[in-house]
Design a protein around this ligand. Structure first.
Ligand code: ACO
Length: 174
């Protein structure tokens, strides 16, 4: 079984200090929240996303290129993961990306995307902790609001995370 890899040994997407310490403290001693790392392909990152939607395998090269693309945009992409310390594997994941607007005096909006918690640990408040961390990061990097789209089935979850239903989602698939 692989042993836990400390943050200092990893190439991380953003500064781990942005993750609120109170959220980290509430996770449980068996778990650790940190920014996505360049080699999380080998820690089941994509498998966890499959509880959410179709997530085909990627080669190491494809994964690394995608990671580098996100990292090359400072203060824009924040993907975090929850690691099971015993297995060094990802059990939860979520992202917020920052949109720079011309309205509201160059206002910034945080968009939460791709929240997924492995079935084995659902119901342990990890989804809530991920949303709390992403919302705090969004606020800390200057957004005036944080928004997301979800299914009707997930509305009660997001209400418990402090979100309110607003307007409608439109989509056109290509
Ligand atoms: N309906 C009603 N209540 C819910 C639901 C739900 N579908 N899911 C969670 N809750 C409640 C919990 O009971 C808990 O309530 P409590 O505080 O009264 O005990 C509270 O919400 C917090 O729940 P968590 O334990 O944090 O939820 P969990 O860790 O299981 O994560 C999540 C929730 C992320 C929805 C998880 O079930 C999951 O990964 N589902 C599949 C993928 C998915 O749907 N992701 C969200 C897509 S939307 C997006 O990405 C923007």
């Amino acid at each position: 079984m692989p042993s836990f890899t400390p943050d200092s040994h990893l190439d991380l997407l953003f500064a781990p200090e942005l993750i609120p310490s109170d959220v980290q403290a509430q996770l449980g001693s068996d778990l650790h929240m940190r920014p996505l790392a360049k080699d999380d392909l080998y820690r089941s990152h994509l498998s966890v996303l499959r509880v959410l939607t179709s997530t085909p395998e990627l080669t190491e090269e494809q994964y690394t290129q995608a990671f580098n693309r996100l990292k090359s945009c400072p203060n824009t992409y924040f993907t975090l993961v929850i690691i099971n310390r015993a297995t060094d594997q990802v059990v939860g994941v979520g992202s917020v990306f920052m949109e720079q607007k011309f309205t509201r005096g160059l206002g910034v909006v945080g968009h939460i995307e791709d929240i997924a918690v492995d079935k084995s640990v659902q119901g342990r408040k990890l989804g809530l902790r991920i949303i709390q961390a992403l919302t705090t990061i969004s606020e800390r990097v200057g957004s005036y609001k944080t928004i997301l789209n979800c299914s009707d089935a997930n509305i009660p979850f997001y209400e418990k995370c402090g979100f309110q239903k607003k307007e409608n989602e439109m989509a056109r698939y290509h």
